[in-house]
Design a protein around this ligand. Structure first.
Ligand code: ZN
Length: 508
């Protein structure tokens, strides 16, 4: 017989854990935005204490017995939404509770040592110094999958599923293969074009002006600054939740549009968070599905919307006004091309949306081989460089520019990279559907009205919480499984007209 209080009690416990998580989020936001150098040690102690409290709350036996009793009813008396809450709470509980305390402590120690070793190795571009730590992280990743009942051969899938529920290497493989086949020749065609974007007339735009402009843009597309803010940090990110969303950006003199586009990207993440119902925070009804869907939201706003003509038709006059930029300094066509610059770069985070996906395909290939044992950690730099040449047509100058560029593996974050590329595919697929379901949308963009697309995303994606996993949600919204075809078509349609030289069409 169903006890009506059991579910209510579960939700109360989840809210409590969520409150604690939001405090941890706030403290680590502060660490990256405000913390005075000399206060780092005290902050580390505070973080350890918070992590302990969080671990205690989220592995509480009372929480487990609530889950047990709700599950023992077989879910017969639970509504669809209640089942979602129970399922996701169980998933979160198991992720933590199935790990022995000794493993958690060993992992935390390794994370901190490996991060430190990675920083030094990257500085000196000395892979050999870092390799032993990477080897240990891989062993621990296999060990962790084991505690969750996964055999060694399924360890990589376990980690992929952690970031994107329901996804696996076998599901990703054919998608990336098809994307790669279409993308490699497209990238060659664009980077070999005599037409080059030239953002140099924009170098030196005042930081104050950039701050004003990006605030106006992000507010206009729908970010609610009454329950969120944007600050500056070394690496842009978005944290917090629907009740209090914290974004950051950075100003880079040599890349004058970076602060703008990175802010719009983080706003896409922020809008997804702000779209979660506050009353359901901490439960499956008020939590994002996973990384790929999250990334689809940031990419859709950053790329499909903000790199498009209609967006610039509306914002260009204000952009010129703020910076006093006349058409003699940069024409409209040049400005638009600068916003859509494509150029090969060895570093993933410096790459544009066309070449970016090849960086991810490279990492996926190598992770897969590291996990299935066909690639030794000691051979990783050679494999990286060979694949970089094959995919991007470039060889990194050194390991700092190659295999050592990303922080992820040093923290044992395997299976995370594919989310970025899946997010790009999903963004293009959503864009396809949006254009069919909301005709004339781009005419509204030209008038600075982004409300209809935001309402659509709210209803179809944001408000769904974790009711559906990554693939199921995409299928529900677009009528199709995840496929690279819309992304390839979108990239061709946007970039080929810009970079295909026609007589008389060269930007001056
Ligand atoms: Zn992102």
């Amino acid at each position: 017989m169903k006890n009506p209080n059991t579910h209510t009690e579960l939700v109360a416990k989840l809210h409590r854990i969520n409150q604690l998580e939001s405090v941890i989020g706030l403290v680590s936001w502060d660490e990256q935005v405000n913390l005075p150098e000399g206060s780092a040690e005290r902050r580390a102690d505070q973080m350890v204490l918070l992590a302990e409290l969080h671990h205690r709350e989220s592995t509480d036996v009372a929480l487990e017995s609530l889950l047990d009793s709700l599950e023992s009813e077989g879910g017969a008396e639970l509504s669809f939404d209640e089942k979602v809450v129970v399922r996701e709470a169980r998933r979160d509980f198991d992720r933590v509770a199935k790990l022995p305390a000794e493993f958690v402590a060993r992992k935390a120690a390794l994370d901190s040592q490996a991060y430190h070793a990675w920083e030094i190795a990257r500085e000196k571009s000395d892979y050999a110094e870092y390799a032993p730590y990477l080897r240990r992280q891989l062993d621990m990743a296999r060990e962790e999958a084991g505690y969750h009942g996964h055999t060694e051969s399924a360890a990589y899938d376990f980690h992929i599923d952690t970031h994107d529920p329901g996804m696996s290497a076998a599901a990703i493989e054919p998608l990336f293969a098809e994307l790669r086949a279409g993308l490699v020749p497209l990238v060659r065609e664009i980077v070999n074009s005599p037409i080059k974007a030239d953002p140099s007339p924009l170098i030196g735009l005042s930081v104050e002006g950039q701050r004003t402009f990006l605030k106006e843009v992000t507010e206009r597309i729908g970010f609610d600054y009454s329950r969120g803010r944007i600050d500056v940090s070394a690496h842009p990110f978005c944290s917090g939740d629907a009740a209090d969303t914290r974004m950051t950006t950075r100003f880079v003199e040599s890349a004058p549009l970076e602060a703008l586009f990175s802010s719009i990207h983080e706003t896409g993440h922020g809008l997804y968070e702000q779209g979660q119902p506050v009353e359901h925070l901490g439960t499956g009804l008020g939590t994002a599905v996973g990384m790929a869907i999250h990334e689809s939201q940031s990419r859709l706003w950053e790329n499909q919307v903000a790199r498009g003509r209609p967006f610039w038709r509306f914002f260009e006059p204000r952009f010129r006004e703020i910076f006093g930029l006349g058409p003699d300094r940069i024409s409209s066509d040049q400005l638009f091309l600068a916003a859509n610059e494509v150029k090969l770069h060895p570093i993933r985070v410096e790459s544009d949306e066309v070449t970016y996906n090849l960086h991810i395909i490279l990492r996926f290939e190598l992770e897969k081989r590291l996990f299935d044992g066909t690639l030794e950690v000691s051979d990783l730099p050679d494999a990286w460089n060979a694949l970089s040449l094959e995919l991007l047509g470039l060889t990194p100058k050194n390991d700092a520019e190659g295999v050592l560029q990303d922080v992820h593996w040093s923290g044992g974050a395997f299976g995370y990279f594919p989310s970025y590329c899946l997010g790009n595919m999903i963004a293009a697929q959503l864009w396809n559907t949006i254009k069919v379901e909301l005709p004339d949308l781009e005419r509204e963009f030209e008038k600075g009205d982004f409300s209809r697309i935001l309402s659509w995303l709210r209803e179809k994606i944001h408000h769904q919480g974790q009711r559906y996993d990554t693939m199921a949600l995409v299928r529900r919204v677009t009528g199709d499984a995840i496929t690279p075809a819309p992304l390839l078509r979108y990239l061709r349609e946007r970039y080929l007209p810009l970079y295909q030289a026609r007589p008389g069409s060269m930007p001056k």
